[in-house]
Design a protein. Structure first.
Length: 398
């Protein structure tokens, strides 16, 4: 169970991290080249690289930087997402410490639509100011910058500090942030570690499954259980028993659902230790101290009055008068001129017992009325009371 839970939790956490954390707006920058343009060897024809100049003056310590700007998030970046003032024309500022920018050209566009937005690119001292370029997912563009020493002296080691993003943009882009990215030629170490962990988890689950496939679940019981009691519970009980047997094949059930009263009486007679269970839709009667009630559900009882009676509503006192025999015709309570006929559950029914106790104030239904009707109904085919040819015109049944 613990392994199964991990099998669900780990991918869920990975998905949340991927889409909620990494999926925010992210603008990435990558320095793909930062090298000197000096002739450090014995080149016979240095050509243009040996003639880099600014306003006709040769560069003292020329260097070249190739910079890639890219949308690394999972959502688009709009010009309003750049975390700068609205009146600021620049969305990103890239600084080259210790150097001054001589010139910049755009060398690559992932989408030609980016060209019009890059018209506002400017250069100032050691800064390249990039405009607020709208970028769809996976969009990128590249800049090639020519630089020289800021103080006019040549570095003996040719090393300058790495280019860096400066200004307020470093704090965020549309709820995300700007990050320095790295070129990856394969799957990341984090992804490989996650795949390896999931693979181990799957193997462990398989081992546990195959070792336990021939054994019953730890919470299964075996043996035979007799179930009796309420006929109202029978469909639900049988379905529950089938579901239990599907998982616990060593369990067997016997059913004797003949009414709440009979079920409780059989259980009481069986005594302590009996492998028996009784369902009742009524309260446990007095005189059975050995039985312990365990409530499992709420049951709603109602009375049904035949529409042919003309009665649509009955008050509690009218119901009691009906069952006391004081009302014998429906016209006495505003209905049609039809004789009252009562139909009820059998005497051992928990439904009937609850009805007598809660509605009739504990008085038993008169046998000369409802019992006779029950005897007539029992033994008839299903739906007899609803058949127009045989249905009593006036029925009242709980």
């Amino acid at each position: 169970m613990a392994l199964a839970a991990l099998g669900i939790v780990v991918p869920t956490i990975a998905a949340i991290y991927e889409f909620l954390v990494k999926g925010r707006k992210r603008l990435g920058y990558r320095v793909q080249m930062d090298t000197t343009a000096n002739d450090v060897g014995e080149t016979a024809a240095p050509g243009a690289l040996g003639e880099l100049s600014k306003d006709g003056v040769a560069l003292v310590d020329p260097s070249i930087v190739l910079l890639r700007i890219e949308n690394t998030g999972r959502t688009n970046i709009d010009e309003h997402d750049y975390a700068v003032r609205d009146d600021d024309h620049a969305g990103i500022r890239v600084s080259f410490p210790g150097r001054r920018v001589v010139g910049v050209v755009v060398t690559e566009l992932s989408d030609e639509n980016l060209r019009s937005s890059l018209g506002g690119l400017t250069v100032r001292d050691d800064l390249v100011e990039l405009p607020k370029v709208p970028m769809n997912r996976h969009d990128h563009y590249k800049l090639l910058a020519a630089l020289d020493s800021a103080d006019g002296t040549k570095k003996t080691d040719g090393a300058y500090p790495d280019p860096m993003v400066v200004g307020t943009i470093k704090g965020g882009v549309g709820g995300g942030r700007i990050i320095e990215t790295r070129s990856r030629l394969g799957t990341s170490k984090r992804a490989m570690a996650l795949i390896a962990f999931l693979a181990v988890l799957v193997v462990a689950q398989s081992v546990v499954f195959f070792r336990s496939s021939d054994e019953l679940p730890i919470d299964c019981a075996s043996g035979r259980l007799a179930i009796g009691g309420s006929t109202a519970f029978e469909p639900v009980v049988r379905e529950a028993a089938r579901s239990y047997q599907d998982a616990c094949t060593a369990a067997e059930f016997d059913f004797e659902m003949r009414g709440s009263g009979e079920g409780l009486l059989s259980l009481d007679k069986a005594g302590e230790g009996a492998e028996m269970l009784a369902f009742s839709d009524g309260e446990k009667p007095d005189g059975m101290p050995g039985l312990v009630a365990r409530p499992i559900a709420f049951v709603l009882f109602t009375l049904v009055v035949n529409a042919d009676t003309g009665v649509r509503d009955l008050k509690a006192e009218q119901i009691r008068r009906l069952y006391r025999g004081e009302i014998t015709n429906w016209k006495q309570i505003g209905g049609r001129d039809e004789a009252v006929r009562l139909i009820s559950r059998n005497p051992g029914s928990g439904t009937r017992a609850a009805f007598q106790r809660r509605v009739l104030d504990g008085l038993r239904e008169p046998g000369s009325n409802s019992d006779i009707a029950v005897i007539r109904i029992l033994g008839r085919p299903a739906g007899w009371c609803d058949a127009p040819a045989t249905r009593p015109k006036t029925c009242c049944a709980p």
